[in-house]
Design a protein around this ligand. Structure first.
Ligand code: NDP
Length: 450
């Protein structure tokens, strides 16, 4: 059994899918000791089976813009693995969406969902639609056209999508309304719904809050805490906003935020008042982050996507939380972090660090948490929303938050235990991959060759 052989096969079967190959490569290398210890897993080709989507649906989405022009987009749903529960994972609306991006996200989701302890399989979907610059009516018409096809492939017991980049509360509302109309039923088919029509308290906050709860566990493990920590955050969307809020709650100081155009560096910290401005800017006015720098008179820099590093990650700080998108921290960024004495990197986004970047962090003893563990609070709370929908009742804010705290601690401890068992103490990446894999592998083994 040779991990290079499995990787070569993945590359051969999935040409032109760099993101999917990157995600697969990271996992395959960690899983090998498990396959050596459990030859039956290898014989049953459980890893190879996890690397192949159970179903990949691609469809045309046709809609009319405000000028009456016909627009054509491409929609997808990747139903990756249903061994431990119904497919679960977000929808992303962004021009960069391709089968490769969605397969990487769906593959990561298998492990993440398994780690939460809630019975959910892995899935992901979306479209190459860009919500930026579109009117509310255009977004609504797109969501309705998208759901016209997606509704054939999902249900509250089969596949339960949620939000991701470009899909927030507004889009979930339009998608849910369309599903209800098409299917003539009110069911918990999407999570991230509004409070009052099936949504769960704390779901909006959950990924960002969960990330910082996870980091707090990592710091406690080192007899340290979030108090007084200077934190770099990238992104200014859902995950970034609530990560900043929780950093503030726990006595830390977030000094950066970004969007796809540039970043701000506010040495005084993004206080609750400034965060309220940022939320309004991004969620309601859909403006650019530069406005923050203009209002609060702090540093703003354009991000040059062609540059060999991102200056945001070269600011001296204790903790870094990349919360924007994939591959936003490369080897050079990681080296800059090490040079500046970074103590902890916790991923809020999915796969924000390249493999080279991860190796630099781990080789230099930076406490590193992979997104599939540290950002699992969002999907875990989606799982809690599903449970409340099945039960037909609602939990209080305190109840959901305390469950989230417990789940993040459980994931943290599970990763450490698996890493210890396989001789990699303190390596959260190896621990997350192994613990997630073993849980799903056992279920697949029990269910036969299907
Ligand atoms: P949002 O759409 O709310 O925010 C995304 C943020 O990242 C925006 O600030 C956006 O800038 C920026 N961004 C997006 N694409 C790029 C890019 N190519 N380059 C630079 N900046 C970019 O998304 P979320 O906050 O929901 O998601 C952020 C990350 O977290 C994603 O990786 C997602 O998969 C992951 N995640 C999200 C979960 C959730 O519950 N929402 C759960 C787990 C993981 P701009 O405003 O310019 O578009």
């Amino acid at each position: 059994m040779d991990h290079l052989k499995i990787l070569e096969e993945v590359k051969k079967r999935n040409p032109n899918e760099p993101e999917f190959i990157q995600a697969a490569e990271e996992v395959i290398a960690s899983i090998l000791p498990v396959l050596t210890k459990n030859p039956e897993f290898a014989r049953l080709k459980l890893l190879e089976r996890m690397l192949e989507p159970e179903r990949l649906i691609s469809f045309r989405v046709t809609w009319l813009d405000d000028k009456g022009n016909v627009q054509v987009n491409r929609g997808y749903r990747v139903q990756m693995n249903s061994a431990i529960g119904p497919y679960k994972g977000g929808l992303r609306f962004h021009p960069s969406v391709t089968p490769s991006v969605l397969k990487f996200l769906a593959f990561e989701q298998i492990f993440k969902n398994a780690l939460t302890g809630i019975p959910m399989g892995g899935g992901k979907g979306g479209a190459d639609f860009d919500p930026k610059g579109k009117s509310n009516n255009e977004v609504m018409r797109f969501c309705q056209a998208f759901m016209m096809e997606l509704s054939r492939h999902i249900s509250g017991r089969l596949d339960i999508p949620a939000g991701d980049i470009g899909v927030g509360g507004r889009e979930i509302g339009f998608l849910f309304g369309a599903y209800k109309k098409i299917k003539n039923e009110f069911s918990g088919v999407l999570t991230g719904k509004g409070i009052g029509w099936g949504g769960s308290l704390i779901r909006t906050e959950a990924t960002g809050y969960g990330l910082i709860y996870f980091a707090q566990n990592m710091l406690h493990e080192k007899k340290d805490s979030m108090k007084g920590k200077i934190c770099l955050v990238s992104g200014s969307g859902n995950v970034a906003q609530y990560a900043i809020e929780k950093i503030n709650h726990l006595g830390g100081k977030a000094v950066t935020a970004s969007d796809s155009s540039g970043f701000i560096y506010d040495e005084g910290g993004i206080t609750p008042e400034k965060l309220a401005f940022l939320k309004d800017l991004k969620d309601n006015r859909r403006g650019r982050i530069k406005e923050y720098a203009d209002k609060y008179n702090c540093l703003y820099k354009d991000i040059d996507p062609k540059a060999d590093h991102n200056p945001l990650w070269n600011i001296k700080a204790d903790c870094a939380f990349p919360c924007a998108t994939q591959n936003e921290v490369n080897g050079k960024d990681a080296s800059n972090m090490v040079k500046n004495g970074m103590k902890l990197v916790g991923e809020g986004a999915n796969m924000p660090t390249t493999i080279e970047g991860i190796n630099v962090l781990l080789d230099n003893g930076v406490n590193y948490a992979p997104g599939k563990a540290s950002n699992a609070g969002g999907v875990a709370t989606s799982g809690l929303e599903m449970t409340q929908n099945y039960m037909g009742s609602n939990w209080t804010r305190e109840e959901v938050d305390s469950k989230l705290v417990g789940i993040m601690k459980h994931i943290h401890d599970t990763c450490l235990a698996a890493a210890n068992e396989y001789g990699k103490p303190g390596n959260y990446m190896v621990g997350a991959n192994i613990a997630g894999f073993v849980k799903v592998a056992k279920a697949m083994q029990a269910q036969g060759v299907i």
